[in-house]
Design a protein around this ligand. Structure first.
Ligand code: 3H9
Length: 678
């Protein structure tokens, strides 16, 4: 079956694209589409054309898997030019999302008709490139510079309503009528002598505020620092206002080629495919189909429990939260409500949506109320004895097919499962704080967790909008186990003469949103600290003893003012100096390069151990964990991809230079000149 078919509806040629799952414009599709355009051009009986698509969206754009390979004709820009140059009007019917090349095709058409669910966007910047099929030149000509800039530079799509308001859509019709309405539209315009041609328009770019580019660059400077693609996106839109269309297009092509061959785009494309790959479990039996889940129980209404609950409430699941005391329950529900109200205030949810989500919530002080839940997630205190007690109780209460999950971030899921009579129903669901916002979910597979439970967990993760990664059982799973290596070295560096601000700066320069000491201050230094057992045995303990427990107390590794602005602290320096003397380590100036190597290389090495032990299914899963859960800068691809990029021999040499452990897998791959990501 051809991926593009044509049919005649009287004088209208209907061209239908059908290339599941996302109607990407692969070489095959471009060829078939070009043939359809020729058919329209050569058939005198055709007076107008409709381009439409089958499936759940119009198109996800160019086929990203073809990037980095030599271009094959007709290229997408060539195809779009041929559509635009047809001497017959073309109406595009957008039956859902139209992204990247999908949007650029639409811009090459004379008229655009959509449905309420249509979303239009140019997300190329998110994979490190710029719209390279005319998007940077046609969009400003259609919607104006002020509207085009954020669409191109943030990569976020606009709704059908917005698209109509800014002139990107001509009409919005009911989904069931789209095909017919598009044909009617085509018939209606067929008799007109002139049609809007995006590349020839100047009305929207003639009168723009020339200061808009400078203002946009300044406003977004921090967010865009160090990123190649957004800078080129802004430049290309600016050129659309300065150069004739043909010259602007030539510059767009030049920027596209430069970006698509660059390391940042390679890394971001890796991140895109890694996230999708992470959702797949190798070797899962075919009969492991996800169980139906409609009611979810959550034990604990604290920060974690409440955040987890919000994921399910927002996605329309019925949720029962169980707590020990009414007060804790009320507090937890109050915070959920407050969070939803804040989201509504920012315009990201309507009041009705908030009410609907809250309407799915019930609360209880009695575990018995979890008896009819399909899934129960415990989010209680991180102590094995407490977890075992909870799971023992759940075992007697939950229905036989219920899944029992622990939100533990370190503990042995096998040991927890062993205190139930059905370990195959037990799984780890490690959410990251704030759980209603962070996208990552580590799905921890116990030795006896059934394939069906794993399949259900992965399916559910997708339904609540999480990026799920499978982890085997080990202390801290994938993410926290690697984090521990970074923390260890961060503390060591302090003993040898580095200061918290220097270590943090090296990591923020690398692209992390914050360094280890800023992170500790944000999370609270007193996590796991016991005031009754404290013995001034570490810098952290002493800081806690002195009331320096992080941002919440106004001081931690740093001092904070009322605006949460931080400054280094003499008191902390003195505590560090005291410990440094006791450690007997010589104090020296430590270079940024050494800090970077000692922060990041041991993480790569731990990642290699995690791979070797089979705790992670694949290197790209480790990258997905770090990019989505710990702020690893996506434009470097994650720790394992970054190591591949700089060379595993470089990492190996660095580890050896600093006298650090080297995993056999890393040593072996470095010797063979291989990479982790194959
Ligand atoms: C572009 O258009 C360049 C032009 O400006 C210039 C060219 C010269 N290509 O995400 P899902 C796969 S650049 C190839 O789970 P959803 C995906 O890997 C492009 N494959 O579905 C997955 O495969 P698998 C600009 C693609 O419904 C499957 O499709 N466009 C592409 O949750 C399902 O994907 C973008 O950057 C693609 N373009 O979300 C949009 N897209 O099943 C990128 C998807 O084997 N795509 N696949 O794992 C997306 O944002 C989402 O996929 C989308 C659907 C919103 C479309």
């Amino acid at each position: 079956m051809s991926k593009v078919t044509t049919t005649r509806e009287g004088e209208v040629l209907v061209v239908t694209l059908d290339n599941p799952p996302v109607n990407a414009f692969s070489t095959e599709v471009r060829n078939a589409m070009a043939a359809a355009v020729d058919e329209a051009a050569n058939d005198e009986g055709v007076k107008a054309v409709v381009i439409r698509a089958e499936g759940r969206m119009f198109s996800g754009g160019a086929d990203i898997t073809e990037f980095g390979k030599p271009p094959v004709h007709p290229t997408l820009p060539e195809l779009i030019d041929s559509i635009e140059n047809l001497d017959k009007p073309v109406v595009v019917a957008l039956n859902g999302t139209a992204l990247g090349g999908g949007c650029e095709i639409a811009l090459g058409c004379n008229y655009r008709i959509g449905i309420p669910a249509t979303k239009i966007g140019l997300p190329e910047v998110k994979i490190g490139i710029l719209p390279g099929a005319g998007g940077t030149q046609r969009l400003p000509r259609v919607v104006g510079v002020e509207e085009a800039l954020p669409i191109i530079v943030t990569g976020n799509p606009v709704s059908s309503k917005k698209a109509e308001a800014i002139g990107l859509l001509d009409r919005i019709v009911a989904p069931e009528n789209l095909r017919q309405e598009a044909i009617a539209f085509a018939r209606e315009v067929a008799g007109r002598s002139e049609h809007p041609v995006s590349s020839k328009r100047t009305d929207r770019i003639d009168q723009h505020d020339p200061g808009v580019f400078k203002a946009f660059r300044e406003k977004n400077a921090r967010r865009l620092k160090g990123l190649d693609a957004p800078a080129r996106c802004i430049e290309a839109v600016e050129l659309a206002t300065q150069l004739p269309y043909d010259e602007g297009i030539a510059k767009e092509r030049e920027f596209f080629m430069e970006l698509v061959m660059g390391d940042q785009s390679k890394a971001l494309r890796h991140v895109f495919f890694a996230e999708r790959q992470a959702g797949k479990i190798d070797g899962l039996p075919r009969d492991a189909v996800p169980l139906p889940i409609s009611k979810v129980g959550i034990i604990g209404a604290g920060t974690m429990g409440g955040g987890i609950a919000m994921n399910f409430l927002s996605a329309g699941y019925d949720v029962t939260i169980v707590e020990r005391e009414q007060e804790a329950l009320d507090r937890g529900v109050g915070i959920i409500r407050k969070n939803y109200d804040a989201t509504a205030r920012k315009g990201r949810m309507s009041a009705e949506q908030v009410d609907k989500a809250m309407g799915h919530l019930t609360t209880s002080l009695d575990y018995q109320d979890l008896a009819d839940c399909d899934l129960v997630i415990e989010a209680v205190f991180e102590l094995m004895a407490i977890k075992k007690d909870v799971f023992g109780k759940l075992d007697t209460i939950c229905k036989p097919e219920a899944i029992m999950a622990s939100n533990t971030s370190y503990l042995d899921v096998n040991e927890i499962a062993a205190c139930t009579s059905r370990p195959e129903q037990v799984v780890g669901l490690h959410f990251f704080s704030p759980a209603n916002i962070m996208r990552l979910l580590e799905v921890v597979r116990g030795d006896r967790t059934s394939p069906q439970v794993m399949a259900t967990a992965m399916d559910l993760a997708k339904k609540i909008g999480k990026v799920a990664v499978v982890s085997g059982v080990c202390h801290g799973f994938i993410g926290n186990r690697m984090l521990a290596k970074r923390q260890e070295q961060a503390s060591e560096l302090l003993m040898e003469g580095a200061r918290p601000a220097q270590v943090d700066r090296v990591l923020t320069d690398f692209g992390f949103p914050m360094g280890p000491f800023q992170m500790a201050d944000l999370a609270g230094l007193d996590i796991g600290w016991d005031p009754d057992k404290t013995s001034s045995s570490s810098v952290r303990e002493v800081l806690c003893e002195r009331g320096r427990r992080g941002q919440k107390t106004g001081k931690g590794f740093y001092d904070y003012d009322e605006n949460r602005q931080r400054t280094p602290s003499d008191e902390v320096d003195a505590v560090i100096a005291d410990f440094a003397v006791k450690s007997g380590k010589a104090q020296r100036d430590i270079s940024d390069e050494e800090i970077r190597e000692r922060q990041l290389y041991p993480m790569v090495n731990e990642g290699a151990l995690i791979l070797e032990e089979g705790v992670a299914q694949r290197a790209s899963d480790i990258d997905t964990v770090w990019v989505n859960g710990y702020g690893w800068p996506p434009h470097t691809g994650g720790p394992m991809f970054w190591a591949d990029t700089i060379g595993l021999d470089t990492v190996l040499a660095g580890l050896e230079k600093h006298g650090m452990e080297v995993s056999p897998l890393l040593r072996d791959k470095a010797a063979k000149g291989e990479t982790f990501n194959g």
